[in-house]
Design a protein around this ligand. Structure first.
Ligand SMILES: [Zn+2]
Length: 114
């Protein structure tokens, strides 16, 4: 399960941050997830409930998810466009010489201590 691996990684990172900052309790965590990351938010929330309960600092904490728009850059005409609308083909020059700029990320945006 992709989502469980992400949650495990995120929880470990937060626990380390809490240790470094002497925090003992986290109220909520906001994650930013790219819209083409393949991550299903509802699975992520389910995994979170299960995994956070096993963590001293995260027990009962809330997971908030923010989706970020995926953008692709065209290497031929230099423009960029929404990946979700056009995929790999540039809508301006119809080149497929394109690279995904962002939209696959999964990062911790905010941690609120209780
Ligand atoms: Zn183009």
């Amino acid at each position: 399960m992709h989502e469980l691996g992400i949650v495990t990684h995120v929880i470990r990172t937060i626990e380390e941050t809490c240790t470094d900052n002497h925090l003992t309790r986290v109220g909520s965590v906001t994650l930013q997830i790219g819209e083409v990351s393949g991550i299903v938010p509802s699975y992520l929330t389910d995994c979170w409930k299960w995994a956070a309960d096993k963590s001293e600092v995260l027990r009962g904490s809330e997971l908030k998810i923010e989706m970020t728009e995926a953008i692709t850059d065209c290497l031929d005409c230099g423009k960029n466009y929404r990946t979700a609308d056009y995929g790999k083909e540039c809508p301006f020059c119809h080149s497929t010489n394109t690279v995904l700029n962002h939209g696959t990320e999964c990062s911790i945006k905010e941690i609120f201590a209780e």
